[in-house]
Write a protein that binds this ligand. Structure first.
Ligand code: PLP
Length: 358
């Protein structure tokens, strides 16, 4: 297998994939594969229950929260959140820290008054705001943020200590570090980075919020519909949920979220240390805003960046090209990305800088 630095879908744990490869053909000797089983069969119900239980355990999700397995990608949460939570002409506050918050703001504006209390756009999103950099109006219903900005390689090191309910898009850093679920009203994450395959989106929602949706919200788009039916109002993304379960088993066996956090810290440290000690590589994010999941950096010229990506690919390190809106390079080093792969990249970066002077 190559070292896969793609931003998502990204690397998944090999043991989870190997188990899935077996179960696709014949799940636990039942004579049929995981994708062929009824979602209402006792086997699949057990898988869904176990996946939810593992997520609850690993994230220490309080009993007053519901876990939902939805479809439509994280992008559907950009409208589902305000559609369900902003009744009437209510107001919400958003922090614009990159592409994914910009998209969420655009959708939210269809459902209420949206106050963008901070935008990092003028600085090409290289920074996460300190709490004193913005103000939240008293009549705002919630404060929305993207915990890790996949494209720009920035991440909230700490969450705002606000009296407002926090809503977070954790698509690219869920389960990468311990968080206090109780400080959030709602957390969502597309699975295809730290959780499993594309096709399922996890929503963790505080129970009392289920009743906020106005009557005009269509049945499928109401959180309550899915909460009441245990995410089985309609056919859920069965295979994706199953793989998430296998990934969570792996994560638990590794020592859970604290062990992941330690490992992620070490992987990111190796890369940023090289970037800081070199004049050749420039990190995109301000040091206090750096992501432990996506390390975005530039080389002296665009031509050198292309050469860098091509040579890395030839050496079995794929997916290092930066997002088109930032350019440069990006190493996505999610939970399942091995430390060895980061060491390999660091060695390659040193060699490349030596062999290709600016
Ligand atoms: N939010 C973040 C932070 C992301 O990184 C992404 C995708 O990369 C999305 C949302 C959109 O996810 P989806 O493609 O599942 O709609």
């Amino acid at each position: 297998r190559v070292f896969n630095f793609n931003a998502g879908p990204g690397t998944l744990p090999e043991v989870a994939l190997a188990q899935a490869a077996k179960d696709i053909v014949n799940y636990q000797n039942k004579g049929l594969g995981i994708m062929e089983m009824s979602h209402r069969s006792k086997e699949f119900m057990a898988i869904a229950d176990q996946t939810e239980a593992l997520l609850r355990e690993l994230m220490a999700i309080p009993d007053s929260y519901r876990v939902l397995f939805l479809q439509g990608g994280a992008s559907s949460q950009f409208f589902m959140v305000p559609m369900n939570l902003l009744a009437g002409d209510a107001k919400a506050t958003y922090l614009d820290t990159g592409t994914w918050s910009t998209k969420a703001i655009k959708e939210a504006r269809q459902f209420g008054t949206i106050d963008v209390a901070y935008s990092g756009k003028a600085e090409n999103y290289r920074r996460i705001p300190q709490p004193d950099a913005y103000q939240i109006d008293d009549d705002s219903s919630y404060l929305y943020l993207v915990s890790n900005n996949t494209i720009f390689g920035t991440q909230f090191a700490a969450f705002p200590n606000s009296s407002k309910m926090l809503i977070a898009d954790m698509s690219s850093d869920i389960l990468s570090r311990p968080i206090e679920v109780g400080s959030f009203g709602l957390i969502f994450a597309g699975a295809q980075k730290n959780l499993g395959p594309a096709g399922v989106t996890i929503v963790v929602i505080r129970e009392d919020l289920l009743d906020r949706a106005p009557d005009s919200v269509p049945t499928m788009l109401r959180y309550k519909t899915h909460a009441e039916k245990g995410s089985m109002f309609n056919t859920p993304p069965c295979f994706a949920i199953y793989v998430v379960g296998e990934v969570l088993k792996w994560l638990k066996a590794q020592g859970g979220v604290p062990a992941m956090a330690e490992r992620n810290e070490e992987k990111a440290r190796l890369l940023y240390q090289l970037i800081d000690s070199s004049d050749y590589y420039r990190g995109h994010a301000e040091p206090d805003s750096r992501s432990r999941m996506n390390v975005a950096f530039n080389l002296p010229t665009a031509d050198l960046e292309s050469k860098f990506v091509a040579e890395a690919t030839a050496q079995g390190m794929i997916g290092l090209k930066g997002h088109r809106s930032v350019g440069g390079c990006r190493a996505s080093i999610y939970n399942a990305f091995p430390l060895d792969g980061v060491r390999r990249l660091v060695a390659f970066m040193e060699e490349f800088a030596g062999a290709n002077p600016a």
